[in-house]
Design a protein around this ligand. Structure first.
Ligand SMILES: [Zn+2]
Length: 287
């Protein structure tokens, strides 16, 4: 089987899909950073506000979703081309129907014949190739457009991760899409007082300037958690947060730099607050 012929035919095309994909990934990362930065500053300016409700954030999330759509369409196109290649390699036509045996070992002859194929030629030329591709893409687009928002985005890990990080800017409880929906309903009925996130390590009671999050229960710890796990000597180590019945494992720990940034800012705010109180006291003492 002529690997060379197919490598020439499909190699560049498939590489283009991968190239596009990595550019989309960069776009998603940049978009996430913009969302989180804006979310942080909104929260910093007004603790009672939900960042997700700001127009700026919603616009950026729309942009994020469009990138997800572009990513998914690119994946679909790539798999269509891969299927066509598989069919050709198996000696079939691009759409999977059987065709006459063709000498596929001569790459040059194959390409030549492919480009100049007449209606009666089993290879049936470029037109059949592009026609088939266009038809398949159209079908896939229709199918994708019918999907719900949940199906499109809540199953896309980078989208979920972004929403989770955005949520954690002003919430300490774990994120869920249902929770957001419930909360949005509740909002009209009762004003939710911004819950102070605990930035102190449950083990050392010191500010978490280095924060590790357990994927199992989403609780945060300083690096002391590693010692805590080591001390269990292989036995399951209980999460040190009181009331949490989950176990913490090394493999579940991930560094949370966003949380660290917030912890630092929180401390800064506390210091500023303390300064203000001290100044007020100075003034009172002057009276
Ligand atoms: Zn826990």
């Amino acid at each position: 089987m002529s690997q060379r012929a197919y490598a020439t035919l499909f190699g560049d095309l498939l590489a283009d899909f991968d190239h596009f994909k990595s550019n989309i990934r960069l776009g998603l990362e940049a978009c996430e950073q913009a969302i989180l930065d804006l979310g942080e500053s909104i929260h910093h300016a007004d603790k009672t506000m939900e960042p997700i409700e700001s127009n700026g954030i919603l616009k950026l999330i729309d942009g994020f979703k469009q990138l997800v759509d572009a990513h998914q369409l690119n994946e679909i196109k790539k798999s269509i081309v891969q299927n066509m290649r598989t069919n050709l390699v198996a000696g079939k036509s691009v759409d999977g129907t059987q065709m006459d045996t063709v000498d596929l070992d001569d790459a040059e002859a194959f390409m030549d014949r492919f480009a100049n194929a007449t209606e009666n030629d089993p290879l049936n030329g470029v037109e059949k190739f592009s026609e088939h591709f266009a038809k398949k893409v159209k079908q896939a687009k229709v199918k994708y457009a019918k999907k719900s928002e949940e199906e499109k985005y809540e199953a896309f890990p980078a989208y979920v991760a972004m929403r989770e990080k955005l949520w954690s800017i002003n919430h300490s409880e774990p994120f869920s899409f249902d929770g957001v929906a419930e909360r949005e309903e509740e909002d009209d009925e009762l004003a939710i007082v911004g819950q102070a996130t605990n930035y102190k390590c449950p083990l050392t009671a010191a500010l978490m300037t280095e924060a590790w999050r357990s994927k199992a229960c989403k609780h945060h710890f300083s690096s002391a958690i590693k010692q805590h796990i080591a001390m269990a000597r292989g036995a399951p180590a209980e999460c040190p947060v009181s009331g949490c019945n989950k176990y913490v494992r090394l493999a579940d720990l991930e560094r949370d730099r966003l949380f660290e940034k917030r912890a630092m800012r929180y401390e800064q705010e506390m210091e500023e607050e303390a300064d203000r109180v001290a100044q007020t006291q100075d003034i009172t003492q002057l009276d």
